[in-house]
Design a binder for this molecule. Structure first.
Ligand code: HPA
Ligand code: ZN
Length: 337
């Protein structure tokens, strides 16, 4: 083999930062709206895509939440996740840790059970049909109250075995990690892995990353690019072997670029950085497009791409057995490429 593009496309990959609701492509949104008898405020797929002109996190989130209104039945959640799995099956993604936002649905009177049963059935079928193995991460919405997060955690109790970890997403402004200290402590007590979004170029980004480490005790950090502004923070993240799930095309939409140079710098500082798609229906690009974009912008070589890909398996929450199996798959690929 051949070109770096083919290398990126064919290496077995893991995705650790994708919001299932952010994989809702306009075509499916229209289908689900029709099935559920809903009228969308757009005449066509093209009109809808044209409205995706975000320039910061809140302008993206407005479209993201509006889009979810078509997700109503268990079948809708099944179709949503199945479409994502079908898509990434063509990209040699073999393992996914997938976020879902239950409060964005329960607040619309969609039952927690409806959401998770649809997602779980899609996961089972993706394993059977595509051989893609996946896990769920329950994300709390940080612009809702800590009590609301605690309710979501209680609703998850019957499904404890179906959920690997908890995360924190939505609008970071004035919603610091410490707002959720108690609910994350409870989640840890119940055996969940912990992660939180520290979105790029937010107010107090560096403080929020420190809080994630010192006050919450996260097992991973989502985004976290601004850690590079503080040498002591970089050192802390490295010593704790904390993974960073960076989302280049998403960055280009909500801040001033993909942060490809920062990603390269993270590699050179031996941080466990990974590449992910975040909300690929809104920030167009799945795993391969994200890797390719960083490769082009930061002129990464095959060794650097391999490190990004291996990092994802290393910082995933797989059992050690499964992790070794996936890493051997990567090694086998490298032997002939
Ligand atoms: N940041 C915050 N909230 C989100 C995101 C994100 O990248 N994607 C979906 N909800
Ligand atoms: Zn995200």
């Amino acid at each position: 083999m051949n070109t770096i593009e083919e290398f990126i496309k064919s290496i077995p990959k893991a995705e650790l930062h994708v919001h299932v609701e952010g994989t809702l492509e306009p075509e499916l949104k229209f289908q689900l709206a029709e099935r559920n008898g809903l009228q969308l405020p757009y005449n066509s797929v093209n009109d809808m895509r044209a409205a995706y002109d975000f320039n910061d996190l809140p302008s993206f989130l407005a479209q993201y939440y509006e889009g979810m209104s078509v997700l109503i039945t268990e079948e809708d959640f099944y179709d949503l996740a199945t479409a994502y799995f079908a898509r990434v099956a063509t990209q040699n993604v073999v393992y996914v840790e997938m976020f879902f936002d239950p409060q964005a649905h329960t607040s619309r009177n969609i039952a927690f059970d409806t959401v998770i049963k649809g997602l779980r059935r899609a996961q089972d079928d993706a394993k059977a049909v595509y051989g893609i193995y996946s896990e769920l991460i329950l994300c709390f919405l940080r612009d809702m109250s800590a009590e609301s997060a605690a309710t979501a955690l209680r609703q998850a109790e019957p499904y404890r075995e179906w959920i690997l970890g908890v995360g924190l997403d939505s609008n970071e402004k004035e919603n610091p990690p410490i707002k959720f200290r108690n609910v994350f402590a409870d989640a840890r007590g119940q055996g969940y892995k912990l992660t939180m979004h520290c979105d790029v170029d937010q107010e107090n980004s560096v403080t929020h990353i420190w809080q994630c480490i010192n006050e919450i005790g996260v097992n991973r950090i989502d985004h976290g690019v601004n850690a590079l502004e503080d040498d002591a923070l970089v050192e802390e993240i490295r010593q704790r072997n904390l993974g960073l799930t960076v989302c280049p095309i998403s960055n280009a939409y909500v801040t001033d670029g993909t942060k490809a140079p920062a990603i390269k710098a993270m590699l050179s500082k031996n941080l466990l950085v990974t590449i992910n798609s975040d909300d690929p229906a809104y920030f167009p690009g799945y795993m391969n497009e994200n890797l390719l974009r960083v490769q082009e912008e930061a002129d990464l070589d095959k060794q650097e791409i391999t490190r990004l890909v291996r990092n994802a398996f290393e910082v995933s929450w797989l059992t050690d057995d499964r992790r070794s199996t996936f890493l051997s798959q990567v090694d086998t690929f490298l032997e002939s490429n």
